[in-house]
Design a protein around this ligand. Structure first.
Ligand code: PGA
Length: 230
């Protein structure tokens, strides 16, 4: 299983350091085949060591240059960051990242041999239109994405389940994941959206779920490690 923690705009450099120290102590008990990823805010990126991988929540698809407010490859290299989240719904919706931009980012970081956790997910009005609309919407979010890239992980995160406390039902996850798996070959597929200690077992037991991407419930190290060790 893959357990990924997305801190979003939470935690500081200092609190991330204590989090990682506490997490490291717990991870001694994790199953060796399980993989843990932490995506802290950019100011907390550093050369951390332990049984986990630190990735960036975002970066500009360039080595360096005139891109005010962004970081590029040069800044990530300093901390040996080789993992990136691309296409998160908050970047698509709040920061207006188009599919074109998202796929350019994907291509750049693929060329740099990054491990990419690529997010897709539909808004509520699309879910309410029925399953066919959902799949149509999700497949359009794979436009321009090389589904044969060996360092690709996809995360299915229905927008209506993110940060709302209401995760998708077992049936919704099962049907969406099995339809996605048909076009995804052997790519690991994570589920994200209100994953928490109370529902982790139920979600990771669903066939076609290879792991989870966790926001709110990852902010507390006890809660996140409880999920990893569940
Ligand atoms: P959530 O966020 O766990 O708070 O719903 C998940 C995500 O956005 O990755």
């Amino acid at each position: 299983m893959i357990y990924a923690a997305n801190f979003k705009t939470n935690h500081t450099r200092k609190s991330t350091q204590s989090y990682i120290q506490a997490l490291n102590e717990k991870l001694g008990a994790k199953k060796s085949e399980d993989k843990v990823y932490i995506f802290p805010p950019m100011t907390a990126l550093d050369l951390y060591e332990g049984a986990f991988t630190v990735g960036t929540q975002n970066a500009y698809p360039a080595h360096n240059g005139a891109f005010t407010g962004e970081i590029g490859l040069e800044q990530l290299d300093e901390f040996d960051i080789k993992t990136i989240l691309i296409g998160h719904s908050e970047r698509r919706e709040v920061l207006n990242e188009s599919q074109d931009k998202v796929s350019q980012k994907f291509s750049f970081f693929k060329t740099q041999n990054f491990e990419i956790i690529y997010c897709i997910g539909e808004p509520l009005h699309i879910r309410e239109q029925g399953f066919e609309s959902v799949m149509h919407y999700l497949l359009a979010q794979l436009d321009g994405i090389d589904m044969h890239y060996e360092k690709l992980i996809v995360a299915y995160e229905p927008i209506w389940a993110i940060g709302t406390g209401r995760s998708a039902t077992t049936d919704e996850i099962l049907t969406t994941h099995s339809a996605l798996k048909k076009v995804m070959h052997d790519i690991p597929l994570l589920y994200g959206g209100s994953v928490k200690p109370a529902n982790i077992k139920e979600i990771t037991d669903i066939s076609g779920v290879d792991g989870v991407l966790v926001g709110s419930a990852s902010l507390d190290v006890e809660s996140f490690s409880q999920m990893v060790l569940s």
